[in-house]
Design a protein around this ligand. Structure first.
Ligand SMILES: [Zn+2]
Length: 432
């Protein structure tokens, strides 16, 4: 007997399907399943997609739970259709730089409403700790090429990045890089000169340096939050020459432009900054053409008093972990492409062999979606401070039900208790 049978869902391609789950795995995915099930449920034509994997969130726990925290952050993620988020190693106290801090992080993750994975940090002071972080199950390492904004998470010089990527390559893990070259970054006093202080040239220069190091070391380079198409092209050219590189961008670079930042102010402050409309359009084109591998939310919230007032002093980070799927659908991307960007590709890149697709034998991670468009209201949001910049925008698609390993984690605004699992790279997981 099946544990769960969801009838009459619609696949991304439009075909009808019944979804049977047993022992946390997809057991059957065909129309009109006749088997009995302990729990049966009619999805009435809702679209089924594979659960979302967000490679880039900052939940800030332990230490800065008042910024977000695992409990609220993971609930917002679950409400948006997520099955695994990958938490970044900065913004928590302590930062995740060694075995001990990794254990604190795992302890905090016990409150999670979904499965999770962890990035370890790569800074000038912890090169000798990368191995113990790998033993603790991190799926890769995150480094900043420019000032991270946090003195306790120092950025790397090209020389240190080279050493770190050499070690990461030996461990078989990727290095995720925030690519802005400090030599091209200027000072700014206000919103008007912020974008000019962090030009596209800074991003492209850092991307080229990181690509050269990836070529030298053979390490898988993951470029986080690329904000312009020239950086994407640099990475694609390098890939053609055999460099192992994956490309991420974020919903806000596809939805908003520089003018929106000037109109909305601090809420849309992020680094790299939002770009002119022409660049936004070209980046969206690149996504449509399949040149970008994954979309991460880069959910990076802060308390409201840090997201208002003086622009220069305000926190740079955007809160949108719940709305990634809806934003991409609103931008006109199709279900099949969205599923690749938000589920299949992240699973492949991170070696999560049992996740990322609607396929018999894999973890039964799936969401059921109402594809209609409606205005995003604050009452829908589940994150702590609900400073989502898409509020009041018409967004297409709402997740009504979300299942992680066959367990219902979210049903129409309600959450069920869930025991989360740390997802690690599968020993046989594909490598770039
Ligand atoms: Zn980030």
């Amino acid at each position: 007997m099946l544990d769960l049978l969801v009838r009459n869902a619609v696949l991304p391609g439009g075909e009808r399907v019944d979804i049977g789950v047993q022992d946390e795995k997809f057991a059957v995915l065909t129309p009109e399943v006749q088997q009995d099930a302990k729990i049966s449920f009619n999805a009435e034509g809702l679209t089924v997609l594979s659960g979302l994997i967000d490679m880039h969130v900052h939940f800030n726990e332990p230490g800065n739970t008042h910024w977000e925290g695992v409990f609220t952050g993971s609930r917002a993620f679950a409400a948006g259709g997520g099955c695994v988020f990958v938490d970044m190693p900065l913004n928590s106290i302590p930062t995740t730089l060694d075995r001990t801090s990794l254990e604190f992080k795992k302890e905090a993750m016990k409150q999670s409403q979904t499965d999770y994975a962890l990035w370890g940090g790569l800074t000038p002071i912890n090169l000798d700790c990368l191995e113990e972080l790998a033993e603790g199950g991190v799926i890769g390492f995150k480094a900043f090429m420019s000032d991270s904004g946090l003195p306790e998470f120092e950025n790397v010089s090209p020389g240190v990045l080279h050493q770190g990527m050499e070690r990461a390559a030996k461990l078989g893990l990727p290095v995720a890089v925030h690519a802005e070259d400090p030599q091209h970054l200027g000072a700014y006093r206000n919103m008007e000169d912020f974008t000019a202080s962090r030009p596209i040239a800074a991003e492209n220069s850092a991307v080229q340096i990181a690509l050269d190091i990836a070529r030298d070391t053979g390490c898988h380079l993951h470029l986080v939050h690329l904000s312009n198409v020239e950086a994407v092209m640099l990475a694609l050219n390098a890939r053609e020459q055999g460099v192992k590189v994956s490309i991420e961008t974020c919903p806000h670079y596809l939805f908003f432009n520089e003018q929106d930042l000037l109109d909305q102010g601090v809420l849309l402050k992020c680094a790299p900054p939002l770009r002119p409309e022409v660049d936004r359009r070209m980046l969206l084109k690149a996504v449509e053409k399949g040149w970008v591998d994954v979309i991460g939310s880069d959910h990076s919230p802060a308390p409201p008093d840090m997201k208002r007032g003086d622009f220069a002093a305000a926190w740079g980070g955007i809160s949108s972990v719940q709305t990634t799927l809806s934003v991409l659908l609103t931008l006109g991307l199709g279900f099949e492409q969205v599923q690749k960007l938000l589920s299949e590709h992240p699973a492949l890149l991170l070696g999560m062999q049992e996740k990322g697709r609607l396929q018999v034998g894999l973890d039964a991670d799936f969401l059921l979606l109402d594809p209609q468009e409606k205005v995003l209201t604050v009452g829908e949001l589940q994150d702590r401070h609900r400073l989502n910049p898409y509020l009041s925008h018409g967004l297409r698609g709402r997740v009504l039900y979300n299942f992680v390993r066959g367990h219902p984690v979210y049903e129409r605004g309600q959450f069920s208790s869930f025991t989360p699992k740390q997802i690690q790279r599968h020993p046989q997981g594909q490598r770039l």
